[in-house]
Design a protein around this ligand. Structure first.
Ligand code: GDP
Length: 360
């Protein structure tokens, strides 16, 4: 069942790229996520953004709206962007689904006042190890002495409003940080000057407090994903699904939160997941997502789905999930699939995850 999906015109259907935010503690990962989600926008107008289990989904319309000042909307052809919600996630380091990382693209956050820090380098190495594309968000530009806030403006526009002194300090710090990356063997350049994308990684200045640079950051992510990973983003029927977390929920029992990277899951699907006490073979009882944002206050209430198509974050309820292992793959038993083989595959996956835990 590896056929690629094509629409009527014979064009490939793309799925949403999955993005993760990484970097040293206190660089502003959580705040940037708030910015992306717009949970800090006073009007409370999230414009189609939906909160999912372990992830936030930003539809293309929302991306278009937020980047319209950059005049690049014609270039958008993914349905949206799925951002993983848990920057500091414990099991995140070990997350993998067979053969490929969970995330298609990363944001590596660096504090402009601090430059590269130990966990920046750790994150950088993880991204390289998995061959994950990424951009650098040079955050907290509003802390440059004398910064004039231009709320939610493109950074190009905001920079023009700054005094000579601010621009000088910015250039000085940027040069230092580019040199620090160079020491790590990485070529980086301010996004607007970066002509050799691919060889050279782009740096986008941002403020997660006043929102400058967020339009460029979002656009760059999507453009870069579309440019470099069309094959990877081509929607496929083949299930690719990773367990993010195992949670006991009152009234539901043990549940797993998963990210569905590719394919469709259905209520009643027979699944195999990795368990600490051996492989778990069970049946999906329900596929759940939270209610739209404004209704999140309704505690414990989820939307039930008959089926869900990738890419999405989903809560799955089923029997026997107590001992499921986060960071491993979930398989659906298809017609003609050998359950025994799938059981062996999920346990191989656990050995891989465990060997990574040992190493880190
Ligand atoms: P995390 O540990 O990387 O998730 O960092 P947080 O998002 O929790 O941010 C750490 C601290 O830095 C908090 O006090 C934030 O309010 C602050 N912070 C984050 N982003 C910015 C920014 O762009 N500008 C300023 N001035 N402060 C920021």
């Amino acid at each position: 069942a590896k056929s690629r999906m094509e629409d009527k015109e014979g064009e490939k259907t793309l799925r949403s790229p999955i993005c993760c935010i990484m970097g040293h503690v206190d660089t502003g990962k959580t705040k940037l996520l708030d910015c992306i989600r717009r949970t800090n926008v006073q009007e409370g107008e999230a414009g189609g953004i939906t909160q999912q289990i372990g992830a936030t989904y930003i539809p293309a319309e929302n991306i278009r709206e937020r980047t319209k000042e950059l005049k690049a909307d014609a270039l958008l052809n993914v349905p949206g962007l799925l951002v993983i919600d848990t920057p500091g996630h414990e099991s995140f380091k070990n997350l993998r689904s067979r053969g490929s990382g969970l995330c298609d693209i990363g944001i590596l956050v660096v504090d402009i006042m601090h430059g590269l820090e130990p966990q920046t380098i750790e994150s950088l190495n993880l991204l390289r190890m998995r061959n994950t594309e990424f951009i650098v968000a040079l955050n907290k530009v509003d802390r440059l002495y004398g910064w004039k806030a231009c709320r939610n403006a493109p950074i190009g526009k905001a920079m023009k409003q700054q005094s000579k002194g601010v621009k000088l300090e910015f250039d000085h710090r940027l040069t230092q940080i580019i040199a620090q990356f160079k020491e790590q063997g990485l070529n980086t350049e301010l996004y607007s000057k970066n002509k050799e994308r691919g060889e050279t990684y782009s740096i986008v200045p941002t403020s997660a407090i006043s929102g400058e640079g967020i339009p460029e950051m979002i656009l760059l992510l999507v453009q870069w994903a579309q440019k470099t990973m069309i094959e990877k983003l081509t929607y496929s029927n083949e299930i690719q699904c990773t367990v993010l977390e195992v949670k006991v929920i009152e009234g539901l029992g043990a549940t797993i939160d998963v990210v569905l990277v590719n394919g469709v899951l259905h209520e009643g699907d027979e699944i195999v997941v990795c368990g600490f006490q051996g492989p778990i073979h069970t049946t999906i009882r329900s596929l759940l997502t939270p209610h739209p944002m404004k209704e999140l206050r309704v505690k414990g209430a989820y939307i039930h789905h008959k089926e869900i198509k990738a890419a999405q974050g989903i809560k799955i309820t089923a029997q026997n999930l107590e001992h499921a292992v986060a960071g491993t793959a979930l398989y659906v038993v298809g017609p003609g699939d050998d359950v025994k083989e799938l059981k062996e595959s999920v346990m191989d996956d656990m050995r891989n995850v465990m060997s990574r835990v040992d190493k880190s």
